[in-house]
Design a protein around this ligand. Structure first.
Ligand code: PEP
Length: 232
């Protein structure tokens, strides 16, 4: 079983959601499919697909205008949440410490955080991928509880370019060893960044790759379904 996790980002209306989730209903797969929707679409899921959120407040309640708490997500039956996506780190100044606090808040509410890490193009070109990713993992994970790590090189997101299979394997192995060092070696490690129907099966079957995080190609059934079907 591989995780196939969609990230809708700031896209989609109720009819888009209905169209996609209806089409997923008839797909037979051993993979665990999760669609991370914007907050506005989290309410009312009659289609059977597991839904996730894209962010969670590190606070439990109170004067935090515009934020959404773990309790509010649990109330809508949300089981997974993305934390520390590179767009949150970039546009909302989320540090590893904030990401850790958000992941901890998710676990407190029985929601599994999908903790995103990944190097920038400059860091890759400087040969710093492994040290950057290792530090992000160690500083972003909660002290206890179950979580998923998503390796998303920033330069591959939305770019129609992916690392080579060898590069992905090497980074995932580093993440695996880092997690083993804190006795979390059973943590799923998924890859994200320009996954499509052409590269999904190859990437998903690499060593230490337990699934995929998919942005653009998760928005429509004609791009998402071939990915789900190709990953065995
Ligand atoms: C993402 O933003 O999490 C992502 C993987 O995007 P894309 O698949 O569009 O590169």
């Amino acid at each position: 079983m591989k995780f196939i996790i969609g990230n809708w980002k700031m896209n989609g209306t109720t009819s888009d959601k209905e169209l996609l989730l209806k089409s997923l209903k008839n797909v037979h797969t051993d993979n665990k499919v999760i669609i991370c929707l914007p907050f506005t679409l989290l309410c009312g899921n009659d289609f059977g697909t597991t839904i996730g959120a894209q962010d969670i407040s590190e606070h439990s309640n109170g004067a935090y205008t515009g934020d959404i708490s773990g309790q509010m997500l649990t109330d809508l039956d949300v089981k997974y949440v993305l934390v520390g996506h590179s767009e949150r780190r970039l546009y909302h100044n989320e540090t590893n410490q904030i990401v850790k606090a958000k992941a901890t808040a998710a676990i407190k509410n029985n929601i599994i955080p999908i903790i995103c890490v990944g190097e920038t193009a400059d860091e890759k070109n400087a040969g710093r991928t492994m040290s950057v990713v290792k530090k992000m993992v160690l500083e972003s994970v909660p002290n206890s509880g179950a979580y998923i790590i998503a390796y998303e090189p920033r330069w591959a997101i939305g770019a129609n370019i992916t690392p080579t299979p060898d590069e992905i394997t090497a980074v995932h192995e580093t993440i695996f060893k880092t997690l083993r060092g804190i006795k979390k070696e059973n943590t799923p490690i998924i890859y994200g960044g320009s996954v499509d129907a052409k590269n999904a099966a190859v990437i998903a079957n690499l060593d230490h790759v337990d699934g995929l995080l998919i942005g653009r190609a998760s928005l429509k059934s004609d791009t998402l379904l071939p990915i789900i079907k190709s990953v065995k």
